[in-house]
Design a protein around this ligand. Structure first.
Ligand SMILES: Nc1ncnc2c1ncn2[C@@H]1O[C@H](COP(=O)(O)OP(=O)(O)OP(=O)(O)O)[C@@H](O)[C@H]1O
Length: 388
Protein backbone atom coordinates (compact mmCIF):
# COMPACT_ATOMS: atom_id res chain seq x y z
CA UNK A 1 0.00 0.00 0.00
CA UNK A 2 1.77 3.12 -1.21
CA UNK A 3 1.49 6.88 -1.05
CA UNK A 4 2.28 8.39 -4.43
CA UNK A 5 3.14 12.05 -4.90
CA UNK A 6 3.45 13.78 -8.24
CA UNK A 7 4.91 17.28 -8.11
CA UNK A 8 4.89 19.77 -10.99
CA UNK A 9 4.87 17.08 -13.67
CA UNK A 10 4.99 18.48 -17.19
CA UNK A 11 5.31 16.66 -20.48
CA UNK A 12 5.45 17.65 -24.13
CA UNK A 13 5.67 15.50 -27.22
CA UNK A 14 7.50 17.70 -29.70
CA UNK A 15 5.69 21.02 -29.74
CA UNK A 16 2.54 19.55 -28.15
CA UNK A 17 2.25 20.15 -24.45
CA UNK A 18 0.33 17.26 -22.93
CA UNK A 19 0.67 17.84 -19.16
CA UNK A 20 0.86 21.24 -17.47
CA UNK A 21 2.64 21.16 -14.10
CA UNK A 22 0.47 18.50 -12.51
CA UNK A 23 0.46 18.17 -8.71
CA UNK A 24 -1.27 15.10 -7.30
CA UNK A 25 -1.13 13.35 -3.93
CA UNK A 26 -2.47 9.80 -4.01
CA UNK A 27 -3.19 8.45 -0.56
CA UNK A 28 -2.20 4.97 0.55
CA UNK A 29 -4.99 2.49 -0.13
CA UNK A 30 -7.27 4.79 -2.10
CA UNK A 31 -8.91 4.10 -5.45
CA UNK A 32 -8.02 7.17 -7.43
CA UNK A 33 -9.36 7.59 -10.95
CA UNK A 34 -7.90 9.86 -13.60
CA UNK A 35 -10.92 10.63 -15.77
CA UNK A 36 -11.29 12.90 -18.75
CA UNK A 37 -11.96 12.99 -22.47
CA UNK A 38 -9.72 11.28 -24.99
CA UNK A 39 -6.37 13.02 -25.37
CA UNK A 40 -6.44 14.95 -22.08
CA UNK A 41 -3.18 13.35 -20.92
CA UNK A 42 -4.38 10.79 -18.38
CA UNK A 43 -2.52 7.80 -19.88
CA UNK A 44 0.65 9.85 -20.18
CA UNK A 45 0.40 10.77 -16.49
CA UNK A 46 -0.08 7.12 -15.54
CA UNK A 47 2.84 6.04 -17.72
CA UNK A 48 5.06 8.65 -16.06
CA UNK A 49 4.03 7.29 -12.67
CA UNK A 50 4.79 3.75 -13.86
CA UNK A 51 8.21 4.77 -15.19
CA UNK A 52 7.29 3.99 -18.81
CA UNK A 53 7.57 7.63 -19.84
CA UNK A 54 9.91 10.36 -18.59
CA UNK A 55 8.46 13.72 -17.56
CA UNK A 56 10.12 16.89 -18.86
CA UNK A 57 9.97 18.39 -15.39
CA UNK A 58 8.71 17.32 -11.99
CA UNK A 59 9.14 14.62 -9.43
CA UNK A 60 7.49 11.25 -8.79
CA UNK A 61 7.68 9.95 -5.22
CA UNK A 62 6.48 6.59 -3.96
CA UNK A 63 6.28 6.32 -0.18
CA UNK A 64 8.41 9.44 0.11
CA UNK A 65 11.21 8.16 -2.10
CA UNK A 66 11.95 9.93 -5.38
CA UNK A 67 11.77 7.35 -8.16
CA UNK A 68 12.43 9.43 -11.29
CA UNK A 69 15.65 7.52 -11.87
CA UNK A 70 14.22 4.11 -10.88
CA UNK A 71 13.36 1.75 -13.75
CA UNK A 72 9.71 0.75 -14.25
CA UNK A 73 10.49 -2.85 -13.30
CA UNK A 74 11.98 -1.74 -9.99
CA UNK A 75 9.11 0.49 -8.82
CA UNK A 76 7.06 -2.50 -7.60
CA UNK A 77 3.94 -1.19 -9.34
CA UNK A 78 1.65 -3.45 -11.35
CA UNK A 79 0.26 -2.19 -14.62
CA UNK A 80 -2.98 -3.60 -16.11
CA UNK A 81 -3.82 -2.51 -19.63
CA UNK A 82 -6.85 -2.59 -21.88
CA UNK A 83 -5.17 -5.28 -23.98
CA UNK A 84 -4.62 -8.17 -21.64
CA UNK A 85 -1.14 -8.89 -23.05
CA UNK A 86 -1.29 -12.57 -22.01
CA UNK A 87 1.09 -15.06 -23.60
CA UNK A 88 -1.17 -17.13 -25.90
CA UNK A 89 0.99 -20.28 -25.78
CA UNK A 90 1.10 -20.44 -21.97
CA UNK A 91 -1.63 -21.69 -19.66
CA UNK A 92 -3.35 -19.32 -17.23
CA UNK A 93 -1.20 -20.71 -14.40
CA UNK A 94 1.99 -20.19 -16.42
CA UNK A 95 0.93 -16.69 -17.42
CA UNK A 96 0.32 -15.79 -13.80
CA UNK A 97 3.57 -17.36 -12.70
CA UNK A 98 5.72 -15.48 -15.24
CA UNK A 99 6.31 -12.31 -13.18
CA UNK A 100 7.18 -14.40 -10.12
CA UNK A 101 9.60 -16.57 -12.08
CA UNK A 102 11.32 -13.48 -13.44
CA UNK A 103 11.58 -11.90 -10.03
CA UNK A 104 12.34 -14.86 -7.78
CA UNK A 105 14.22 -17.44 -9.86
CA UNK A 106 17.71 -17.40 -11.34
CA UNK A 107 18.06 -18.33 -15.02
CA UNK A 108 19.13 -21.85 -14.02
CA UNK A 109 16.10 -22.23 -11.75
CA UNK A 110 13.89 -21.18 -14.68
CA UNK A 111 15.08 -24.01 -16.96
CA UNK A 112 12.12 -26.18 -18.04
CA UNK A 113 13.16 -29.54 -16.63
CA UNK A 114 16.19 -28.86 -14.44
CA UNK A 115 14.71 -25.74 -12.81
CA UNK A 116 12.03 -27.44 -10.70
CA UNK A 117 14.56 -30.10 -9.67
CA UNK A 118 17.17 -27.51 -8.67
CA UNK A 119 14.76 -25.34 -6.68
CA UNK A 120 11.86 -27.56 -5.66
CA UNK A 121 10.82 -25.47 -2.66
CA UNK A 122 10.86 -22.19 -4.61
CA UNK A 123 8.76 -23.65 -7.43
CA UNK A 124 6.28 -25.00 -4.90
CA UNK A 125 6.02 -21.61 -3.24
CA UNK A 126 5.39 -19.88 -6.60
CA UNK A 127 2.64 -22.39 -7.44
CA UNK A 128 1.05 -21.75 -4.06
CA UNK A 129 1.11 -17.99 -4.65
CA UNK A 130 -0.55 -18.43 -8.05
CA UNK A 131 -3.21 -20.73 -6.56
CA UNK A 132 -3.91 -18.30 -3.74
CA UNK A 133 -4.41 -15.43 -6.21
CA UNK A 134 -6.56 -17.63 -8.46
CA UNK A 135 -8.72 -18.44 -5.44
CA UNK A 136 -9.26 -14.73 -4.65
CA UNK A 137 -10.23 -14.03 -8.27
CA UNK A 138 -12.28 -17.24 -8.54
CA UNK A 139 -10.39 -18.45 -11.61
CA UNK A 140 -9.04 -21.72 -10.15
CA UNK A 141 -10.97 -23.87 -12.66
CA UNK A 142 -9.27 -21.98 -15.51
CA UNK A 143 -5.66 -22.46 -14.45
CA UNK A 144 -4.84 -25.12 -17.06
CA UNK A 145 -6.56 -23.34 -19.98
CA UNK A 146 -4.86 -21.19 -22.60
CA UNK A 147 -5.98 -17.54 -23.07
CA UNK A 148 -7.68 -18.45 -26.38
CA UNK A 149 -10.08 -20.67 -24.42
CA UNK A 150 -11.27 -17.82 -22.16
CA UNK A 151 -13.94 -15.14 -22.44
CA UNK A 152 -12.95 -11.45 -22.39
CA UNK A 153 -13.90 -11.08 -18.73
CA UNK A 154 -11.96 -14.20 -17.76
CA UNK A 155 -8.89 -12.93 -19.63
CA UNK A 156 -9.10 -9.62 -17.84
CA UNK A 157 -9.29 -11.46 -14.51
CA UNK A 158 -6.19 -13.46 -15.45
CA UNK A 159 -4.38 -10.22 -16.39
CA UNK A 160 -5.34 -8.85 -12.97
CA UNK A 161 -4.15 -12.06 -11.35
CA UNK A 162 -0.82 -11.79 -13.09
CA UNK A 163 -0.48 -8.25 -11.71
CA UNK A 164 -1.57 -9.33 -8.23
CA UNK A 165 0.82 -12.23 -7.68
CA UNK A 166 3.78 -9.90 -7.27
CA UNK A 167 2.02 -8.12 -4.39
CA UNK A 168 2.77 -4.69 -5.84
CA UNK A 169 2.59 -1.55 -3.69
CA UNK A 170 0.04 -0.11 -6.14
CA UNK A 171 -1.99 -1.15 -9.17
CA UNK A 172 -1.99 1.13 -12.19
CA UNK A 173 -4.81 0.40 -14.61
CA UNK A 174 -5.29 1.97 -18.02
CA UNK A 175 -8.83 1.47 -19.34
CA UNK A 176 -8.75 -2.20 -18.31
CA UNK A 177 -12.43 -2.78 -19.04
CA UNK A 178 -12.82 -1.09 -22.39
CA UNK A 179 -12.49 -4.31 -24.45
CA UNK A 180 -15.43 -5.90 -22.65
CA UNK A 181 -19.05 -5.72 -23.69
CA UNK A 182 -21.33 -3.29 -21.87
CA UNK A 183 -22.92 -5.75 -19.45
CA UNK A 184 -19.61 -7.32 -18.46
CA UNK A 185 -18.04 -3.89 -17.99
CA UNK A 186 -20.71 -2.99 -15.48
CA UNK A 187 -20.24 -6.32 -13.70
CA UNK A 188 -16.45 -5.95 -13.60
CA UNK A 189 -16.77 -2.49 -12.02
CA UNK A 190 -18.22 -4.03 -8.89
CA UNK A 191 -15.62 -6.81 -8.97
CA UNK A 192 -12.79 -4.30 -9.15
CA UNK A 193 -14.25 -2.18 -6.37
CA UNK A 194 -14.58 -5.32 -4.20
CA UNK A 195 -11.08 -6.43 -5.06
CA UNK A 196 -9.79 -3.02 -4.04
CA UNK A 197 -11.48 -3.18 -0.68
CA UNK A 198 -10.26 -6.77 -0.11
CA UNK A 199 -6.66 -6.00 -1.01
CA UNK A 200 -6.53 -2.53 0.55
CA UNK A 201 -3.85 -1.60 -2.02
CA UNK A 202 -3.58 1.75 -3.78
CA UNK A 203 -5.34 1.70 -7.17
CA UNK A 204 -4.75 4.36 -9.81
CA UNK A 205 -7.22 3.90 -12.62
CA UNK A 206 -7.45 5.68 -15.97
CA UNK A 207 -10.74 5.91 -17.83
CA UNK A 208 -12.63 8.21 -20.17
CA UNK A 209 -15.88 6.70 -18.86
CA UNK A 210 -17.32 8.98 -16.20
CA UNK A 211 -19.71 6.27 -14.99
CA UNK A 212 -16.78 3.97 -14.23
CA UNK A 213 -15.07 6.77 -12.34
CA UNK A 214 -18.21 7.64 -10.37
CA UNK A 215 -18.99 4.05 -9.39
CA UNK A 216 -15.55 2.81 -8.34
CA UNK A 217 -13.39 5.63 -7.06
CA UNK A 218 -12.62 6.88 -3.61
CA UNK A 219 -11.55 10.10 -5.31
CA UNK A 220 -11.43 11.18 -8.92
CA UNK A 221 -9.21 13.67 -10.69
CA UNK A 222 -11.03 15.21 -13.63
CA UNK A 223 -8.52 16.07 -16.34
CA UNK A 224 -8.88 18.26 -19.41
CA UNK A 225 -6.23 19.61 -21.74
CA UNK A 226 -3.33 18.55 -19.55
CA UNK A 227 -4.67 19.98 -16.28
CA UNK A 228 -6.45 18.47 -13.30
CA UNK A 229 -9.54 20.65 -13.05
CA UNK A 230 -10.94 19.09 -9.89
CA UNK A 231 -9.92 16.40 -7.42
CA UNK A 232 -12.48 15.17 -4.93
CA UNK A 233 -14.87 12.36 -4.07
CA UNK A 234 -17.27 11.35 -6.87
CA UNK A 235 -20.28 12.74 -4.98
CA UNK A 236 -18.60 16.07 -4.25
CA UNK A 237 -17.62 16.47 -7.89
CA UNK A 238 -21.09 15.53 -9.11
CA UNK A 239 -22.83 17.92 -6.74
CA UNK A 240 -20.31 20.72 -6.71
CA UNK A 241 -18.37 20.89 -9.95
CA UNK A 242 -15.95 23.81 -9.80
CA UNK A 243 -15.89 24.35 -13.55
CA UNK A 244 -18.51 24.15 -16.28
CA UNK A 245 -16.40 21.60 -18.19
CA UNK A 246 -16.40 19.29 -15.15
CA UNK A 247 -20.17 19.74 -14.75
CA UNK A 248 -20.73 18.80 -18.37
CA UNK A 249 -18.40 15.82 -18.32
CA UNK A 250 -19.64 14.15 -15.13
CA UNK A 251 -23.20 12.83 -15.06
CA UNK A 252 -25.40 11.00 -17.55
CA UNK A 253 -27.54 12.38 -19.04
CA UNK A 254 -25.48 15.53 -19.07
CA UNK A 255 -26.32 18.47 -16.87
CA UNK A 256 -28.55 21.03 -18.60
CA UNK A 257 -26.78 24.32 -19.15
CA UNK A 258 -29.02 27.25 -20.05
CA UNK A 259 -28.08 30.87 -20.60
CA UNK A 260 -29.27 33.02 -17.71
CA UNK A 261 -29.14 36.62 -16.68
CA UNK A 262 -28.24 38.35 -13.41
CA UNK A 263 -29.95 41.71 -12.73
CA UNK A 264 -28.58 44.59 -10.68
CA UNK A 265 -29.98 43.01 -7.48
CA UNK A 266 -28.23 39.69 -8.19
CA UNK A 267 -31.52 38.05 -9.11
CA UNK A 268 -31.17 35.24 -11.66
CA UNK A 269 -33.58 34.52 -14.45
CA UNK A 270 -33.32 31.65 -16.87
CA UNK A 271 -35.68 30.84 -19.77
CA UNK A 272 -38.51 32.83 -18.17
CA UNK A 273 -38.03 31.33 -14.69
CA UNK A 274 -36.87 33.49 -11.79
CA UNK A 275 -34.85 31.71 -9.15
CA UNK A 276 -35.49 32.35 -5.47
CA UNK A 277 -31.82 32.71 -4.55
CA UNK A 278 -29.44 35.37 -5.81
CA UNK A 279 -25.80 35.69 -6.65
CA UNK A 280 -23.59 38.69 -5.91
CA UNK A 281 -24.64 41.68 -8.03
CA UNK A 282 -21.00 41.83 -9.15
CA UNK A 283 -21.94 38.98 -11.51
CA UNK A 284 -24.52 41.16 -13.29
CA UNK A 285 -25.01 40.14 -16.90
CA UNK A 286 -24.81 36.80 -18.63
CA UNK A 287 -24.41 33.67 -16.56
CA UNK A 288 -24.71 29.95 -17.29
CA UNK A 289 -27.22 28.04 -15.19
CA UNK A 290 -26.69 24.32 -14.61
CA UNK A 291 -29.71 22.14 -13.78
CA UNK A 292 -29.37 18.37 -13.40
CA UNK A 293 -32.23 16.42 -15.08
CA UNK A 294 -33.15 14.75 -11.77
CA UNK A 295 -33.53 18.15 -10.09
CA UNK A 296 -36.34 19.11 -12.48
CA UNK A 297 -39.91 17.88 -12.68
CA UNK A 298 -43.01 18.43 -14.73
CA UNK A 299 -45.28 21.23 -13.44
CA UNK A 300 -49.06 21.41 -13.78
CA UNK A 301 -49.10 24.88 -15.35
CA UNK A 302 -47.18 28.05 -15.99
CA UNK A 303 -45.85 30.31 -13.19
CA UNK A 304 -42.89 32.60 -12.51
CA UNK A 305 -41.01 29.52 -11.37
CA UNK A 306 -41.51 27.34 -14.40
CA UNK A 307 -39.78 26.91 -17.74
CA UNK A 308 -41.89 26.20 -20.80
CA UNK A 309 -40.73 23.91 -23.55
CA UNK A 310 -41.80 21.67 -26.42
CA UNK A 311 -41.37 17.94 -26.03
CA UNK A 312 -39.09 16.75 -28.82
CA UNK A 313 -38.07 13.28 -27.64
CA UNK A 314 -39.16 10.75 -25.01
CA UNK A 315 -36.21 8.62 -23.94
CA UNK A 316 -37.70 5.59 -22.22
CA UNK A 317 -35.45 3.68 -19.82
CA UNK A 318 -38.25 1.58 -18.36
CA UNK A 319 -37.97 2.72 -14.74
CA UNK A 320 -37.62 6.40 -15.74
CA UNK A 321 -38.08 8.60 -18.75
CA UNK A 322 -35.91 11.43 -19.89
CA UNK A 323 -37.99 14.07 -21.60
CA UNK A 324 -36.05 16.21 -24.05
CA UNK A 325 -37.51 19.69 -24.43
CA UNK A 326 -36.74 22.51 -26.83
CA UNK A 327 -36.80 25.79 -24.93
CA UNK A 328 -37.90 29.04 -26.59
CA UNK A 329 -36.37 30.38 -29.76
CA UNK A 330 -32.91 28.78 -29.77
CA UNK A 331 -32.44 29.08 -26.00
CA UNK A 332 -31.44 25.46 -25.79
CA UNK A 333 -32.46 21.94 -24.86
CA UNK A 334 -33.51 20.75 -21.46
CA UNK A 335 -33.64 17.14 -20.28
CA UNK A 336 -36.04 16.36 -17.45
CA UNK A 337 -36.32 13.09 -15.57
CA UNK A 338 -39.87 11.85 -15.06
CA UNK A 339 -41.54 8.72 -13.74
CA UNK A 340 -43.48 6.78 -16.42
CA UNK A 341 -46.86 7.62 -14.84
CA UNK A 342 -46.02 11.36 -14.81
CA UNK A 343 -45.29 11.35 -18.54
CA UNK A 344 -47.93 8.88 -19.65
CA UNK A 345 -50.19 11.36 -21.47
CA UNK A 346 -47.39 13.32 -23.13
CA UNK A 347 -46.57 13.19 -26.82
CA UNK A 348 -43.86 14.68 -28.95
CA UNK A 349 -44.92 18.22 -29.91
CA UNK A 350 -46.77 18.92 -26.64
CA UNK A 351 -46.07 22.09 -24.66
CA UNK A 352 -44.91 21.26 -21.12
CA UNK A 353 -43.93 23.19 -18.01
CA UNK A 354 -41.03 22.31 -15.81
CA UNK A 355 -40.15 23.37 -12.28
CA UNK A 356 -37.22 22.84 -10.05
CA UNK A 357 -37.31 20.28 -7.30
CA UNK A 358 -35.70 21.30 -4.05
CA UNK A 359 -32.37 20.32 -5.65
CA UNK A 360 -29.76 22.70 -6.71
CA UNK A 361 -29.09 25.00 -9.60
CA UNK A 362 -25.44 25.90 -10.05
CA UNK A 363 -24.00 28.92 -11.79
CA UNK A 364 -20.97 29.53 -13.93
CA UNK A 365 -19.47 32.83 -15.06
CA UNK A 366 -18.17 33.68 -18.49
CA UNK A 367 -14.80 32.10 -17.62
CA UNK A 368 -16.55 28.77 -16.90
CA UNK A 369 -15.77 28.93 -13.16
CA UNK A 370 -18.40 28.50 -10.45
CA UNK A 371 -20.15 31.64 -9.28
CA UNK A 372 -21.21 31.85 -5.65
CA UNK A 373 -24.57 32.83 -4.22
CA UNK A 374 -25.10 36.33 -2.78
CA UNK A 375 -22.40 37.38 -0.35
CA UNK A 376 -20.01 34.70 -1.60
CA UNK A 377 -16.99 35.09 -3.82
CA UNK A 378 -16.79 33.01 -6.95
CA UNK A 379 -15.69 29.35 -6.96
CA UNK A 380 -13.32 27.66 -4.45
CA UNK A 381 -14.69 26.31 -1.19
CA UNK A 382 -17.47 28.87 -1.13
CA UNK A 383 -18.88 27.42 -4.31
CA UNK A 384 -19.91 24.37 -2.33
CA UNK A 385 -22.60 26.50 -0.75
CA UNK A 386 -23.40 28.44 -3.89
CA UNK A 387 -26.71 26.81 -4.59
CA UNK A 388 -30.00 28.33 -5.48
N1 LIG B 1 4.48 8.92 -27.74
C1 LIG B 1 3.76 9.98 -28.15
N2 LIG B 1 4.20 10.78 -29.12
C2 LIG B 1 3.51 11.86 -29.53
N3 LIG B 1 2.32 12.23 -28.99
C3 LIG B 1 1.81 11.45 -28.01
C4 LIG B 1 2.50 10.29 -27.54
N4 LIG B 1 1.76 9.73 -26.55
C5 LIG B 1 0.66 10.51 -26.44
N5 LIG B 1 0.69 11.55 -27.30
C6 LIG B 1 -0.31 12.61 -27.42
O1 LIG B 1 -0.49 13.18 -26.13
C7 LIG B 1 -1.85 13.51 -25.90
C8 LIG B 1 -2.31 12.83 -24.63
O2 LIG B 1 -2.30 11.43 -24.82
P1 LIG B 1 -2.79 10.42 -23.71
O3 LIG B 1 -2.67 9.04 -24.27
O4 LIG B 1 -2.11 10.70 -22.43
O5 LIG B 1 -4.32 10.85 -23.60
P2 LIG B 1 -5.52 10.12 -22.88
O6 LIG B 1 -6.22 11.16 -22.09
O7 LIG B 1 -5.05 8.92 -22.14
O8 LIG B 1 -6.42 9.70 -24.11
P3 LIG B 1 -7.13 8.32 -24.47
O9 LIG B 1 -8.30 8.19 -23.54
O10 LIG B 1 -7.55 8.52 -25.89
O11 LIG B 1 -6.12 7.24 -24.29
C9 LIG B 1 -2.61 13.07 -27.14
O12 LIG B 1 -2.80 14.20 -27.95
C10 LIG B 1 -1.69 12.09 -27.80
O13 LIG B 1 -1.85 12.08 -29.20
Amino acid sequence: MATITLTRISKSFGATRVLNDIDLDIQAGEFLTLVGPSGCGKSTLLRILAGLEEPNTGEVRIDGRTVNAVRAADRNLAMVFQSYALYPHLTVAENMMTPLRLRDLSWRERLPVAGPLLARAKHKSLRAQVEETARILEIEPLLQRKPGQLSGGQRQRVALGRAMVRKPVAFLMDEPLSNLDAALRVHMRSELAELHSDLGTTFVYVTHDQAEALTMSTRMAVMMDGDILQLDSPQAIYENPSDIRVAQFIGSPKINILPGDVDSDGRISVAGMTLARRVSAANRGAISVGLRPENLKLAKGSSAETIEGTLVYRENLGSDLYLHLAIGENIGRLIVRAAPHEASGLNVGDQVFVERLRGEAIFFGADGKRVGAAGLKSNGADAARAVA
